[in-house]
Design a protein around this ligand. Structure first.
Ligand code: IMP
Ligand code: MG
Length: 174
């Protein structure tokens, strides 16, 4: 039987908030270029919607990392599955993530990417679950929504690879 999904953030709410965040980015990066790094697979829907609304010159690259198994708990192990295609030297890098939960994935990634000498490196996330944070040092410059400690799906986020394509963010009702 199909899971029942409760809407937490509607498509309209998400899109409206992405407009606001893009406006902040456009202001902050005025006169510069921004190099977006999409963290696959979850970040892909958010990255596309965000990139469409950015008016400063944008370049895009993709990286795939794994920190979760097939369940809902972090394994604590971060592995690079697909690395970037382009160097970061001298670029104003903005990492685009679906969600920051324990912060393990991002704290590892930021350290790895800093070694590649970007001019700046900042973080933009669709969702943040601060109650779950283990790596407190992770600084997030742009957050669309802070949410409670619930497992969410949609807008790129999956449960066992399902529901990424939902146009809203929801919680699976057990
Ligand atoms: P962290 O390393 O614990 O911060 O985990 C980050 C990654 O875990 C995210 O990029 C997601 O892929 C996944 N994740 C964390 N919470 C959720 C959730 O509520 N729904 C779906 N995926 C999640
Ligand atoms: Mg992810």
């Amino acid at each position: 039987m199909a899971d029942k999904i409760r809407v937490l953030l509607s498509e309209e709410e998400v899109n409206k908030r992405i407009n606001e965040i893009a406006a902040e980015i456009n202001r902050d990066y005025a006169g510069k270029k921004v190099h977006l790094i999409c963290i696959l697979k979850g970040g892909v829907f958010f990255t596309c919607e965000l990139a469409k609304r950015i008016t400063v010159p944008v370049s895009l690259d993709f990286m795939s990392v794994s920190s979760y198994g097939s369940g809902t708990e972090s394994s604590g192990v971060v592995k690079i599955i697909k690395d970037l295609d382009e160097p970061l030297e001298g670029k104003d890098v903005l990492i685009v993530e679906d969600i920051i939960d324990s912060g393990r994935t991002l704290s590892y990634l930021i350290e790895v990417l800093k070694q590649r000498n970007p001019a700046t490196i900042q973080l933009c996330t669709l969702l943040d679950k601060p109650e779950r944070r283990v790596k407190k040092q992770v600084q997030v410059q742009y957050t669309c929504f802070t949410i409670p400690d619930e497992f969410v799906v949609g807008y790129g986020l999956d449960y066992d690879q399902h529901y990424r394509n939902l146009p809203y963010i929801g919680v699976i009702e057990k």
